[in-house]
Write a protein that binds this ligand. Structure first.
Ligand SMILES: *[C@@H]1O[C@H](CO)[C@@H](O)[C@H](O)[C@H]1NC(C)=O
Ligand SMILES: *[C@@H]1O[C@H](CO)[C@@H](O)[C@H](O)[C@H]1NC(C)=O
Ligand SMILES: *[C@@H]1O[C@H](CO)[C@@H](O)[C@H](O)[C@H]1NC(C)=O
Ligand SMILES: *[C@@H]1O[C@H](CO)[C@@H](O)[C@H](O)[C@H]1NC(C)=O
Ligand SMILES: [Zn+2]
Length: 469
């Protein structure tokens, strides 16, 4: 299902900056998703294209031929100058030349690329590229990409452009308008335990002596150990969990839920991704920050839910996604399933990379600049000011974690991130992404987890056991 052979011959591909007003445009029927922060369209409808082109300030066209295979968007991540390699253009060129040169390498380290259908480069800017590769290669590109580049596969046919409905935005605005400090929430969220966060993340990274995990890469043995361990631990703290497979070869999503005490379809979701990515050529992928930190925050929250005997009024889901590093695969499948079921998701908050800040920087909270629902980001920012005033809140261009999958099917969504600026973690996508290192700050993880938890408590509502029980 991932093979794009069916693209009409001589179709045009249009890449234009993200614009949420698309639903009014004829282009919306030719939408192939948002990749990086660009909307992608494929069409041979000249009338629509010329009409739409008048309203686009920016964008570029690529002629597609009938031999395109799986299209994959490659995006250089927004990274701080302190860690940006001088050679990131050269790195990409070297990567692509390896990819497009059929090779006979059989040492088990490198893919033997498909000789009949070599990779093609269709579009290129300094920080992005669109390539065509065979579908097998598309799934494993992250193993070969230079470390700041991420892959995002295009769907094989147009997808509906689904804006967040105004009613759903109004619901978030109502919560925002009614927001005020709740001392019970403050006492609950501050119960997240730092020593427990440390112990949990060390299991996920393999730093803990009892852990056999070497990697949580989506196709590794360790990621399956992590999936079972997460399910067991969430269940031990009162959640009902399922391991939900979504695509052959990938580790499953870990989906945990708490049924609300009210008779309602309303659901609030918090998430992270538990798969990881290491250095090129290394089997070690501890993912201590990316995204062991967000995954551990979820567990820290679940432990407090159990310790305090909390009951939520609305339904709650806690999700640890897989396949994020290959292009948001796990969350895309799950968000689409929720959309197709007509799920009533009030909002979702994804935690991806909470642990790192430079030694001379304060603890921070970054919220996405473009992808996501601004009202949800505002709510999270306000809750941060209330419950974690120690965090310096700002905007980050670090782009496109699993919240994008939800936002793209019309659910209000945002992400919490470790920095009010681009990625600065020197161990990002590196086999040295352990928790025991300079700059990795458990207090910051706790502060951001408090904000994610406070969002859940304020939006889902809750009750504590009465004293007589
Ligand atoms: C969390 O609450 C429990 C009692 O409900 C208490 O024993 C524990 O010390 C608290 N931990 C933190 C970190 O506040
Ligand atoms: C829950 O609400 C639905 C729809 O409003 C209603 O049909 C159903 O009877 C209710 N169930 C209970 C147990 O109150
Ligand atoms: C979602 O929940 C809200 C609040 O309970 C309710 O007003 C609304 O009708 C629900 N929508 C759907 C589609 O179930
Ligand atoms: C939310 O934050 C905005 C901007 O910082 C501020 O103007 C507003 O008063 C805050 N609202 C609440 C309820 O804290
Ligand atoms: Zn991540």
């Amino acid at each position: 299902m991932l093979v794009v052979n069916a693209v009409a011959p001589l179709a045009l591909l249009l890449v234009a900056p993200y614009n949420s007003q698309l639903s009014d445009s004829c282009l919306s029927q030719y939408y192939y998703g948002t990749h990086g922060q660009q909307n992608v369209f494929i069409t041979d409808d000249d009338v629509c294209l010329s009409k739409a082109a008048q309203h686009l300030n920016d964008g570029s066209f690529v002629q597609l031929t009938d031999d395109v295979q799986q299209l994959v968007w490659l995006q250089h991540q927004a990274v701080d100058d302190s860690i940006k390699p001088a050679s990131f253009v050269d790195e990409f060129n070297a990567f692509f030349s390896r990819l497009s040169t059929p090779s006979q390498v059989t040492d088990g380290e490198q893919i033997v690329f498909n000789k009949q259908h070599p990779a093609k480069l269709l579009h290129r800017t300094e920080s992005s590229a669109l390539i065509s590769v065979d579908s097998e290669t598309a799934l494993t590109l992250d193993l070969h990409l230079p470390r700041f580049w991420k892959a995002s596969p295009l769907p094989t046919s147009p997808v509906p452009f689904i804006p967040v409905p105004s009613k759903a935005v109004d619901r978030v605005r109502d919560i925002l308008d009614g927001l005020k400090f709740d001392p019970t929430v403050a006492s609950i969220v501050s119960n997240i335990s730092v020593p427990q966060l440390r112990s949990d993340v060390r299991y996920l990274t393999g730093e803990h002596p009892s852990s056999e995990i070497i990697s949580r890469h989506s196709f590794s043995k360790g990621v399956l150990i992590a999936a079972d361990w997460l399910k067991d631990n969430f269940e031990a703290h009162g959640a009902s969990c399922t391991l939900k497979p979504f695509l052959s070869g990938f580790a499953p999503n870990v989906i945990c839920s708490y049924e609300g005490t009210e008779n309602t379809t309303e659901t609030v979701l918090i998430s992270a991704h538990y798969d990881s990515r290491g250095s090129f050529g290394s089997v070690r992928a501890p993912g201590g920050d990316d995204d062991g930190s967000g995954t551990t925050a979820l567990l820290g929250i679940a432990r407090v839910i159990a310790r305090k005997g909390l009951k939520f009024r609305k339904n709650v889901q806690i999700c640890a996604f897989a396949g994020e590093e290959q292009g948001l695969y796990g969350s895309r499948y799950y968000a689409r399933e929720m959309y197709e079921k007509g799920a009533n998701l009030t909002l979702m908050v994804q935690a991806d990379m909470l642990g790192y800040h430079a030694a001379d920087e304060p603890a921070q909270l970054g919220l996405p600049d473009i992808i996501g629902t601004p009202e949800v980001a505002q709510l999270v920012a306000n809750l941060s000011a209330i419950y974690s005033p120690e965090l310096k809140v700002g905007i980050t261009p670090a782009c496109c974690s699993d919240h994008q999958s939800f936002h793209q099917v019309g659910f209000p969504a945002t992400q919490v991130f470790e920095r009010a600026g681009p990625i600065a973690d020197p161990m990002y996508h590196n086999s040295g992404d352990l928790s025991d290192r300079e700059g990795y700050d458990f207090e910051q993880i706790k502060s951001i987890a408090k904000v994610q938890f406070a969002t859940l408590l304020h939006v889902a509502g809750f009750d504590l056991p009465s004293k007589e029980d």
